[in-house]
Design a protein. Sequence first.
Length: 116
Amino acid sequence: QVHLEESGGGLVQAGGSLRLSCAASGRTLSNYAMGWFRQAPGKDREFVAAISRSGVRTYYVDSLQGRFTISRDNAENTAYLQMNNLKPEDTAVYYCNSAGLIKVSWGQGAQVTVSS
């Protein structure tokens, strides 16, 4: 069973940047297309971005394209989410998981807080 651990969150001012990491253990990350998701206070968890198993194809929520970049390093069993020009509305807990319909166990997520 794969275990996912997100890291890299924090408090940042509007306009700043953060890079989130998603480290996998237990199974090879390259077996999965990976996605990033986020859950803001009082809201449902929503899709942010996804990347194919090879890393060749990427997908984004339209509203985030251009500010967020998803990537992966299969040799390091890690996926990343680079977030630039952050806005207060990006404040949320960010999670990684399989981008497919069948999800693995959710990690604890990484808290991202953007101050105005």
